[in-house]
Design a protein around this ligand. Structure first.
Ligand code: KG4
Ligand code: ZN
Length: 322
């Protein structure tokens, strides 16, 4: 629940992480079904912050894409029904715009223009939010998203889902120079598949007796060293890509957002590299997916573009940052 675009009254997250962990990743059908079960109770809980519940709500915003179609449909069908019954304006928002605007959730006095590195399970993009409702992309990944690379490397190392936090934990006791892994540096893009494949080869090249029946290294020190070597290379690529985008855009404010922005060594590396600039990296609860960031993005979208038609459609491939 958000007031006046900046003041967060409540934020409730129904996490499916435990369910997905049992399957080692997201199962789309289960995700949609879990959404259906969770959506009404979750919204009810968020409404507790308001004295008159629905009567105090002025507008509804909902994620329209990108994402899994089943989950998007559950959310928009619910939001559109409530908007219709209550006669409220409704606005469909891009999940990616939510991540970009999560920086304003963290620091409400932040104003565009700012450069945002959007790093999540599905995206690795550098964008400039030039003004509300106006974002341009400067760089995107050519292959894997960085979060996806963390998740896949975690699997190779026998670490649990979600891979990002597991790799970060394992890396804490690892030597980042033990396995020299390649960095892919491109002018206007990111690429993580070369790095991921290099980890796969490093594991494969261990002698057979050092691997268990799943092909995972037995020695926890090897796992830690591989995790640390991967993590430092991934961060290196992100920070130099961001630096390149900063040069091109001339931005003097930089944000790092999305699930991977929860990564502690990444947060530190960005703060060090951009020491002279305003750097905004939201607290962990606003990095990983949440509805509060969607509310902030939607509030600004409503100001700039007004409400959407009541029956608007979801767009699983939506590629919009504002
Ligand atoms: O933004 P998000 O919550 O969901 C998507 O929109 O994808 O991002 C999830 C991604 C996952 O790939 C997860 O492994 C990664 O963020 N992640 C991390 C960390 N915490 C979450 N990656 C690296 N280090 C972390 N501490
Ligand atoms: Zn996300």
């Amino acid at each position: 629940m958000l007031r006046d675009g900046r003041e967060l009254l409540s934020s409730v997250v129904a996490s499916q992480v435990d369910m997905h962990a049992r399957f080692g990743g997201v199962v789309p059908e289960l995700a949609a079904r879990a959404h259906l079960d969770a959506i009404a109770p979750t919204v009810d809980e968020a409404l507790l912050a308001l004295e008159n519940r629905w009567d105090d709500v002025d507008a509804i915003v909902v994620t329209r894409g990108p994402g899994l179609i089943g989950s998007l449909l559950v959310g928009t069908a619910y939001a559109q029904s409530v908007a219709l019954m209550r006669g409220l304006p409704i606005c469909g928002v891009s999940h990616l715009a939510g991540h970009v605007y999560s920086a304003m959730l963290a620091e409400p006095d932040l104003e565009p223009p700012y450069l945002a590195l959007v790093v999540s399970g599905g995206h690795t993009d550098c964008v400039v939010l030039r003004a509300h409702g106006d974002a341009v992309r400067l760089a995107a990944t050519r292959d894997d998203a960085v979060g996806e690379a963390f998740d896949k490397v975690a699997r190779m190392l026998g670490l649990p889902y979600p891979g990002g936090p597991a790799v970060q934990n394992a890396a804490e006791s690892g030597d980042p120079s033990r396995f020299p892994l390649p960095r892919t540096r491109l002018d206007d893009a990111f690429s993580f598949s070369g790095l991921k494949t290099a980890v796969r080869y490093a594991v494969r090249d261990l002698s057979a007796e050092r691997l268990d029946q799943r092909g995972v290294p037995r020695d926890p020190q090897v796992v830690a060293d591989l995790a640390a070597s991967f993590q430092v290379a991934a961060i290196d690529q992100l920070v130099s890509g961001l630096e390149h985008a900063k040069e091109r855009s001339g931005a003097d404010q930089v944000a790092v957002v999305g699930g991977v922005a929860a990564n502690a060594p990444l947060r530190q590396a960005v703060r060090e590299r951009f020491a002279g600039l305003r750097v905004v990296i939201p607290p962990l609860r606003y990095c990983t997916d949440n509805a509060a960031m969607i509310a902030v993005a939607g509030w600004h979208r409503l100001q700039v573009r007004g409400a959407d038609q009541p029956g608007f459609e979801v767009d699983p491939g939506l590629d919009e940052f504002a």
